[in-house]
Design a protein around this ligand. Structure first.
Ligand SMILES: [Zn+2]
Length: 506
């Protein structure tokens, strides 16, 4: 760079000038940076993905690089590296780009990263480079800096539009538009050339490598493994982002291993839980009832479901059952029913909603063509499938317990409640073994603003289940059993089935 007038603007680019006035004189201070006269060629390293087809399976691979910019001496024996930001901070003159030497000069020996081996010996590429595999979801077009050339990754149909004769050069992985009046339309992108390109300083260096040798190293099962979900719906992946959606061959091997293990354990779990289900069955039950003559219970209806069936709930209806305290349970006769109706009206006089529900149930039960509100049916239902351990699950079921006792149905019982344990409005679903009142499981369901220490079935259910259940009428035992089942399943998801059955071993 000279000091002639025509070169002044170049000179100003690299200098810092400050001016001040003193003793009727203008003083100019010119700071010129000291420059080591080491001429380096700067390379922006771009790894071009390659499609490899074998046995009818095609996969995309890209070799991994360590540096984005390397500057190499003329003899290619030494180099230094730059980041994108450091490159931006360089001062560009007509002939040179002057950069700060932030990184030391390094000898380009056998231990340097893959992309530098290319400068030493392109043949060595096969040993020094790692390749990653990636799923190509859409075409990628990457414009090379200051050029009307795009690196193209993918298979695309191109439409060329020019005012003149098309002047476009295509190679295996690049498209160059030579004429400013041409455009290339791809499926998802339009490549438009820009004028005013000072391309003399920018040259492409595409090393010839024996890439095939790398592909020969890829094990068949890794080549055929379908990578999915790594793009995470990223709509605009660029060539430089491919490292984030690609996986090394080791990582893929690990993914395959994990999948094999997961499949095996799933199979194991399936067999295991089926075995468990062979030995235990949980029957969820709910009764609608009322009291008559202080000590007798009238069971109006009920519902029953077992843990082996996912949603199936059977309604128990028919002639109501009278369960006196010291006598055998029996279906009610007409006269007793009339007494019961009067009693129900009296008991629920303040709670008309409950009274109506009770009377409706009574009416429904009597009109039902089914008649399965019997001890025999319930017992048969519990025992069906010949399971050894049948456990009855109830919601706030101390009275259900009494009902079963009076029906002479003696099975272990699991009671579910939702309780404010510490008086701080933080509620816990509790599984209680009714035989000894032992709390066996507890699940924290968080805060709920309510006076009183118990949540009711609907309140608890709505905290743990988002499913919209078909509601029929208030206190429909079928719906109550469905709700109880949701809560039961919610707790089991956290505490596991195999732990629960430990408490109900014979
Ligand atoms: Zn539910």
């Amino acid at each position: 760079m000279g000091i002639e007038a025509s070169e002044l603007s170049e000179f100003l680019k690299i200098t810092q000038i400050s001016v001040y006035y003193e003793n009727e004189q203008l003083v100019f201070i010119t700071r010129i940076p000291l420059v080591f006269d080491v001429e380096l060629s700067l390379y922006n390293i771009i790894s071009i993905p390659i499609k490899f087809v074998e046995d009818g399976v095609d996969s995309w691979y890209i070799s991994t690089t360590t540096y984005t910019y390397v500057a190499i001496t003329k003899d290619r024996k030494q180099f230094t590296t730059y980041t994108e930001k450091e490159i931006k901070d360089c001062i560009e003159t007509a002939i040179y780009r002057i950069c700060k030497a932030t990184q030391p000069m390094i000898d380009n020996n056998d231990n340097t990263p893959c992309e530098l081996q290319i400068f030493k010996a392109p043949d060595a590429f096969q040993t020094g480079c790692n390749i990653n595999k990636f799923p190509l979801v859409r075409n990628i077009y990457h414009r090379i800096l200051n050029k009307n050339t795009w690196i193209h990754v993918g298979d695309d149909t191109l439409t060329i539009s020019c005012t003149d004769l098309p002047k476009i050069v295509r190679s295996r992985s690049a498209i160059t538009i030579l004429d400013i009046n041409c455009q290339v339309f791809t499926r998802n992108a339009v490549l438009t050339p820009i004028e005013d390109i000072s391309s003399t300083n920018y040259k492409d260096f595409v090393p010839t490598t024996k890439i095939q040798n790398i592909f020969n190293k890829i094990p068949e099962h890794i080549h055929k493994y379908k990578l999915s979900d790594v793009w995470n719906n990223t709509s605009n992946i660029q060539l430089t982002d491919l490292h984030s959606v690609s996986r090394s061959l080791d990582e893929i091997q690990q993914m395959i291993d994990e999948e094999v293990i997961r499949e095996q354990s799933q199979k194991h779990q399936f067999i295991h839980s089926n075995l468990l289900k062979e030995t235990h069955k949980f029957i969820i039950m709910d009764f609608e009832f009322s009291m008559v003559k202080r000590t007798s219970i009238v069971v109006i209806s009920g519902a029953i479901s077992n843990s082996l069936e996912k949603f199936e709930v059977s309604k128990l209806e028919g002639r109501p059952l009278l369960l006196p305290i010291d006598e055998k349970a029996r279906p009610m006769i007409e006269k007793e029913l009339q007494v019961a109706v009067k009693e129900i009206k009296r008991i629920f006089v303040c709670k008309t909603e409950l009274q109506d529900a009770c009377l409706d149930q009574l009416k429904q039960s009597l009109n039902s063509t089914r008649n399965n509100l019997t001890r025999e049916y319930i017992d048969h239902y519990i025992r069906q499938g010949n399971k050894e351990n049948n456990i009855i699950v109830v919601w706030n079921g101390h009275s259900d317990k009494t009902i079963l006792q009076r029906l002479n149905l003696d099975y272990p019982m699991l009671n579910i409640t939702c309780y404010d344990k510490y008086f701080n409005k933080n509620f816990f679903i509790q599984f209680e073994k009714l035989s000894n009142r032992e709390i066996i499981f507890e699940v924290d369901i968080g805060k709920f603003d309510k006076t009183g220490r118990l949540l009711n079935l609907v309140e608890t259910h709505d905290r743990v289940c988002n499913r919209k259940h078909k509601t029929t009428y208030a206190h429909d035992p079928r719906l109550d059993v469905e709700y109880t089942k949701c809560i039961f399943n919610h707790v089991l998801q956290k505490q596991r089935y195999e732990n629960l059955i430990q408490y109900f071993k014979i």
